[in-house]
Ligand binder design. Structure first.
Ligand SMILES: [Zn+2]
Ligand SMILES: [Zn+2]
Length: 322
């Protein structure tokens, strides 16, 4: 039966819309086989294919193991002239990078006439997930030069790659500072907490609960030692069990504490330690750094999202007002 007859019988104005909703439903449930059968039926009946149809077809191809099918679907997209549709293109791109096919993804990326934020994010995060840090930074620079505003997802890709590299060059750092500023302006909350400290001309970046740094074991050891000293001085409320839990559940360790431990491990007594933190410092870390400044007799400067904190001999310049 031809689609037009079917439409007449069912009194439907647009059968494509009906088929598309059914197709999207299958796609959402990752019912790949049903998606393909339905698509073949659409073709057989001469139902018009549009961008939404293709989206329904591409989505389940992002699941690992479906790349072969995905490539066929890509072929169909080209045949119907829908491969340059932004949503379809983004979906195909995501499919390629998720399958680790970065070169295919990049080829498509380069060909896409309209690259939106989703397109840039898909490619940047694709590189990031495959550990290609240099490609991430290069693409991020290109994105900035094109005047595309990054969002938290972009930042996650860029920062995770930088952490992977272990260091940032000054140019990238500047870029990241700008991202952070933009994000603060837009009051975006997904910004992951991170702190960095400069040592011998290299920037060391730490995320909350980070385990990526080459010295990470020494850092956690040092941190535990410091926490115990602080506890002795403070007559702390936390018991050992709680502290141990916190130590093991490293997600609880804020990035500035890791940066403090790292700096103490690597710098000489007379060096002032400067730590930059993207978010506002929390009360616990503030107290911790105050105590540590007294215990180890060192000075720390922490620049958080709102102000400078100069820690010296158990006190902070902000006088607890921040
Ligand atoms: Zn904190
Ligand atoms: Zn302070």
């Amino acid at each position: 039966m031809h689609a037009k007859c079917l439409m007449k019988i069912l009194n439907l104005e647009n059968i494509t819309v009906c088929y598309n909703s059914l197709l999207s439903g299958y796609a959402l449930k990752s019912r790949v086989k049903d998606v393909v059968v339905l698509f073949c039926e659409m073709r057989g009946l001469g139902v018009e294919i549009n961008g939404v149809t293709m989206l329904g077809l591409v989505q389940p191809c992002g699941i690992p193991g479906n790349l072969g099918l995905g490539m066929c679907v890509h072929g169909f997209c080209v045949k119907f002239g829908l491969d340059m549709d932004s949503s379809v293109g983004n979906c195909l791109l995501t499919m390629y990078v998720k399958s680790g096919e970065n070169d295919c993804g990049r080829k498509l990326f380069n060909e896409m006439p309209r690259k939106g934020l989703i397109t840039w994010n898909a490619m940047i995060n694709g590189y990031a997930q495959n550990g290609l840090a240099n490609n991430v930074l290069e693409l991020y620079k290109e994105m900035e030069s094109k005047g595309v505003c990054p969002d938290p997802l972009t930042l996650v890709g860029v920062l995770s790659s930088c952490a992977h590299l272990g260091a940032l060059s000054a140019g990238n750092l500047e870029g990241i500072l700008r991202v952070r500023m933009l994000m603060r302006e837009r009051k975006l909350k997904k910004d992951p907490g991170c702190s960095y400290v400069e040592f011998k001309g290299r920037i060391h970046l730490f995320f909350a609960g980070d385990r990526n740094h080459p010295q990470i074991n020494e850092i956690y050891k040092k941190l535990n030692e410091l926490e115990n000293l602080v506890k002795d001085l403070d007559g702390c409320k936390k018991n050992d069990h709680e502290r141990r839990e916190e130590y093991l559940n490293s997600m609880g360790v804020h990035s500035e504490k890791l940066a403090v431990a790292f700096a103490l491990l690597n710098t000489r007594k007379e060096t002032e330690i400067i730590i930059i933190k993207n978010l506002r410092i929390c009360g616990d870390c503030h107290l911790f750094i105050k105590m540590v400044s007294k215990i180890v007799d060192r000075q720390f400067v922490v620049r958080d999202a709102t102000r400078f904190h100069h820690f010296k001999n158990g006190f902070c310049s902000c006088k607890e007002y921040w």
